[in-house]
Design a protein. Sequence first.
Length: 285
Amino acid sequence: MSFNSHKLLQKQKKNILELWMKNQLADEGLREDLISNEDLRGQSEELISSLVNNLTSNDMEDLDGENWNPVIEILGGIAITRARQGFSPRETGRFVFSLKDALLAILQKEIADSKTLFEESTKISRVMDNLSIITFETFIKGREEVILRQTDEIAEISTPVIRVWDGILALPIIGTLDSSRTQIVMENLLQEIVETGSSIAILDISGVPAVDSLVAQHLIKTVSATRLMGAECIISGIRPEIAQTVVHLGIDLSNIITKASLATALAYAFKVLRLEVKRTTISKN
């Protein structure tokens, strides 16, 4: 980009900001529920200040150059923040594209020669398109981080270890049991056994849609790990279709205590611990 054009954009920095803010505030998709106008202006002003300082003739289109690091860092920070705040890719893209529109509008207003205008507009468009790609890539990484964190949180919530009685733990499993989730189940269960000193753990699979050989192997590993901690493990929630599948697949669960329901498993645990629950009648005076 020519020296004069560079000076032009630096001189017009304030006008670029105002035009860009006008474009953003006029957008029907403006998310005032996610970001205030004041914060939006702060982000915009910081980005423009860094951007116009890098629009020189030497390495304007070389975004790998060190001079562009501040711009990319600012854009990356904005993209990550927006991903965490809940902005959509389209909304994040409009943030960058509206800046491109503002820059091109300023060039069109200030450059009279059509050839020069075309050349400088083309250069600006290339730069902004490349910055848009970088923004999208960073946004996607931010969304992936959010999804992974939410997945971990859901996994923790969906595998709660419940202390149903002194010495008795229950872990209801809902959904598919894969390798990563089995690890979480075992870690949570073993940790709770250590903390409570429980001697019986009930794995309830009523919420597991299907049991195949892989799921069965995960259950057997969990039972084995529990026994190594000195606790007995009971598998409850064995529905008729699950029982038929287990038999059909030839899975050996003969050395594992299984029960049809959590209630029967709990009754068995009471019996093992020599506990007796009796119904009492409260007299009305």
